[in-house]
Design a binder for this molecule. Structure first.
Ligand SMILES: [Zn+2]
Length: 265
């Protein structure tokens, strides 16, 4: 029994240490939520959206349906009395050439904060850098620690993180409070609750097997006679802490089994 507990604690400690090291030393492009193999897929429909700089720019666009989710975010903010410049898009879809320019602009020592061209989740058009505050003299995407802690202390940022982002299943890059990703699950959940389409169709859309011309899903539904279904938008899985607990338990049990098998062999 002591062996079992000892082994589990050992594995648990290794797991925690690995997590901390991963968080500290692996940059933006590896810790991001949208898997690397999806980041090379060029989105089919990209839209201009209202943005932080109030000027048109190829880097301030979003792919459908994340552009719709972005508008919902601004509505949610407005309903809470939060207006411009909060949560306005600073950077969304980036093509390879744009990422190359950003990459070239970063000195070699500073490249942990930028993904190499072809590996940024911004290539998907479903990643949003949003204004969540900036300390005087800092850019709203500066990863200087005093700027990041200033952002985290802002009431508006906390509302975004705790109330608005969870509604859509948006994922935050822990080292960059402004960087939010809407992965396939996030988009699928949105399409099902907003348009009452069957899960199978939503899945085909987010995996790009079905193309929705101009992002006009209403027209597509009418044209193809899609039957609307009542989806439960509040279906929730395990929270972040639950996932960590389950993950730890699985890692510990599997490690213990391996340990005993190897020891007997
Ligand atoms: Zn970003």
């Amino acid at each position: 029994m002591f062996d079992l507990l000892g082994s589990m604690w050992l594995q648990f400690s290794i797991y925690i240490v690995q997590s901390i090291f991963g968080w500290l030393f692996i940059g933006d492009f590896d810790m991001a939520q949208i898997p690397i193999e999806q980041r090379a897929i060029v989105p089919q429909t990209i839209f201009d959206v209202e943005n932080y700089y109030k000027s048109p720019s190829p880097t301030r666009r979003l792919a459908w349906p994340t552009n719709e989710i972005y508008l919902k975010i601004l509505e949610d903010a407005k309903a809470r009395g939060i207006g411009y410049p909060w949560f306005r898009l600073i950077s969304g879809y980036r093509d390879l050439a744009t990422q190359q320019r950003l990459w070239d602009r970063h000195p070699t020592k500073d490249r942990s904060v930028i993904a190499p061209p072809g590996r940024s989740s911004h290539h998907t058009g479903h990643t949003m850098d949003l204004f969540v505050g900036a300390k005087g003299g800092y850019s709203p995407t500066s990863s200087a620690s005093e700027n990041v802690s200033h952002m985290r202390s802002q009431r508006e940022y906390q509302i975004f993180k705790n109330e608005i982002a969870p509604k859509y299943g948006l994922w935050e890059l822990s080292s960059e409070p402004w960087h939010w990703e809407c992965d396939r699950e996030c988009r699928k959940t949105y399409l099902m609750s907003e348009y009452q389409i069957p899960e199978s169709l939503a899945q085909s859309i987010v995996t790009e097997q079905v193309h929705i011309p101009n992002g006009d899903l209403v027209a597509f539904i009418e044209e193809h006679g899609v039957t609307r279904v009542a989806n439960d938008p509040q279906k929730e899985g395990l929270g972040g802490f639950g996932k960590v607990l389950v993950g730890t338990a699985i890692v510990s049990v599997v490690s213990y089994l391996l340990y005993t098998v190897l020891e007997e062999a």
